[in-house]
Design a protein around this ligand. Structure first.
Ligand code: NOJ
Ligand code: CA
Length: 532
């Protein structure tokens, strides 16, 4: 089975992971220095959010050069050292590819905007103003305001679905494809194991630039950028064929993985549609964000997982995500007790788990005052992603051991209790809970590769089996704050042992379980039981 099916991924937000040179910004050497921590934790692959040269208007998602490293993060030599150090620990590194747009400081855009007949003019999407000088249509930027910026030099508007400093590339131009595919090869040659590809489903826009229709559900006070449905500004016919064109570039190298960021959806069809077909394979792993979006309710989650499983094309592999650098942190969203239940779900389902840095500490969102917002989305429309991007907590010391100087974002208030140093020595900590589960998942084929089957359970609980040959597990998760008693069907096993509980107390560590009697779950308890 491929490494990216059996392994556990860990997302690093480089600015906030570890600062090695005392400038308040995390960097590549900081990551290399802390690989032993990740190996100890049980991580198989790290995904780095963008670390390329960038004016940092969108903190790296505005790329000014696809084939170099931003000086804040280090150099290409530091990058090579990181890859080598990861390899020694049998850990893979994947990068973040941002093909939908570049920075307005990218050499391609500087050329493109220089004149209407520049050879790179058509690398971006330019259009004349309407007769009254207004933008070509009503498309809106995700970060607020129109998706068009007027450029004085040439008297046309250019399209930017995100910031005006992030002009959209024209993916209908073959030269754009060739240039991005070459950038991918540059990193593959350096030993990168794959890419997480930003907004991959939204790269094609309507060539006629038709107006988006109004969103019937939108009401004043809602996110202003959702006033229109993004029908024509993204995800147009042809997108599946375009995504499929990425695959041969991955296949030129051995064992590389393509993970795609697609629109957040609770509908499993929307996700499974991006695996492609045998004739036209698309993504190895189209990100599944449903666990972030769905109501946290056992029946709802079970229904989703079962449907998602049933819709997966043959030979394709599921994946699950509980958080990332764009969303409220897991433990802030669900609370500490259900945060652990969610972690047990993530680490025992069939499918590649993605952990966002700090989740394993039970980190909460930080506090950032409005006037200190760094994130353009926060500054423009008030929905700040700074809260989930505060520095990682290494110790209870100053600046949480992240840096010796004031970090680029404030350290979150909970760092004294939730940090690696303190939690490492507390046997009941969230960190030790994650670590224990991650190692169980790695060790047992049933957990990283086995089949999945849900059992009918009482309201509020989600109970399922993972099985591979004689290796069998029962997972029972209580999604409520009340005690529950679950009656199990006959499981045809001679013995059962509870290996770990979310509560991390002795009561359930390596204790025999009587399967003939109903199973008692404490409030907010998840149990992993090995069947003999
Ligand atoms: C998705 C990324 O995760 C987000 O951080 C970024 O702002 C947008 N894409 C635009 O690149
Ligand atoms: Ca630094």
């Amino acid at each position: 089975m491929s490494w990216w099916k059996t392994g556990i991924f860990y997302q690093i937000y480089p600015r906030s992971f570890m600062d090695s040179n005392d400038d308040g910004i995390g960097d590549l050497r900081g990551i290399t220095d802390r690989l032993d921590y990740l190996a100890w934790l049980g991580v198989d692959a790290i995904w780095l959010s963008p670390c390329f040269p960038s004016p940092m208007k969108d903190f790296g998602y505005d790329v000014a050069d696809y084939i170099d490293i931003h000086p804040d993060f280090g150099t290409l030599t530091d990058f090579d050292a990181l890859i080598a150090a990861a390899k020694r620990r049998d850990m893979r590194v994947i990068l973040d590819l941002v093909p939908n747009h570049t920075s307005d400081q990218h050499a391609w855009f500087i050329e493109s905007r220089s004149s209407r007949d520049n050879p790179k003019r058509d690398w971006y999407i330019w259009h004349d103003p309407k007769p009254d000088d207004s933008p070509p249509n009503n498309w809106m930027s995700y970060f607020g305001g129109p998706a068009w910026r007027f450029d004085e030099t040439t008297g046309q508007y250019y399209l930017h679905n995100f910031l005006a400093e992030q002009p959209d590339l024209n993916w209908r131009n073959p030269a754009v494809k060739a240039a991005i595919f070459d950038a991918m090869r540059f990193w593959f040659e350096r030993g990168v194991a794959g890419f997480r590809v930003d907004t991959i489903d939204r790269m094609l826009k309507d060539p006629e630039l038709r107006d988006n229709p109004p969103n019937p559900d939108w009401q004043p006070g809602d996110n202003p950028t959702e006033q229109f449905l993004r029908v024509y500004s993204e995800n147009r016919p042809g997108i599946h064929e375009l995504i499929a064109e990425f695959r041969p570039v991955f296949d030129e190298y051995k064992d590389r993985v393509i993970i795609g960021e697609i629109a957040y959806s609770m509908n499993p069809h929307d996700i499974t549609g991006f695996y492609g077909t045998d004739e036209q394979p698309e993504l190895h792993l189209p990100f599944n964000f449903a666990l972030i979006l769905l109501a946290w309710d056992a029946a709802t989650i079970r229904r989703f997982v079962d449907t998602y499983e049933s819709l997966l094309p043959p030979d394709s592999w599921p994946n699950y995500v509980l958080g990332n650098h764009d969303r409220q942190r897991l433990f802030s969203r669900l609370g500490d007790a259900q945060g652990r239940v969610a972690a047990m779900l993530l680490l025992t389902l069939r499918g590649t788990p993605f952990i966002y840095q700090g989740e394993e500490l039970g980190m909460h969102d930080g506090y950032v005052a409005r006037e200190d917002f760094q994130d353009p989305q926060g500054r423009n429309i008030g929905i700040s992603r700074d809260y989930c991007r505060t520095p990682f907590h290494w110790s209870p010391g100053e600046y949480a051991g992240f840096s010796t100087v004031k970090p680029w974002l404030p350290v979150a208030a909970d760092y004294r209790a939730r940090n690696v140093e303190t939690e490492m020595f507390d046997p009941t900590s969230t960190l030790n809970f994650y670590r224990h589960l991650m190692h169980l998942r790695r060790w047992h084929p049933a957990l990283h590769a086995g089949a999945y089957r849900a059992l009918d359970a009482i309201d509020g609980c989600y109970v399922y089996l993972r099985e591979q040959g004689g290796d069998r597990f029962l997972i029972a998760l209580n999604f409520t704050a009340a005690p529950k008693v679950v009656t199990l069907p006959s499981l045809d096993s001679a013995s059962a042992t509870s290996l770990i509980s979310t509560h991390m107390d002795e009561e359930r560590l390596d204790q025999p379980v009587n399967l003939a009697a109903p199973l008692h779950l404490r409030p907010n308890e998840g149990l992993l039981i090995r069947l003999g």
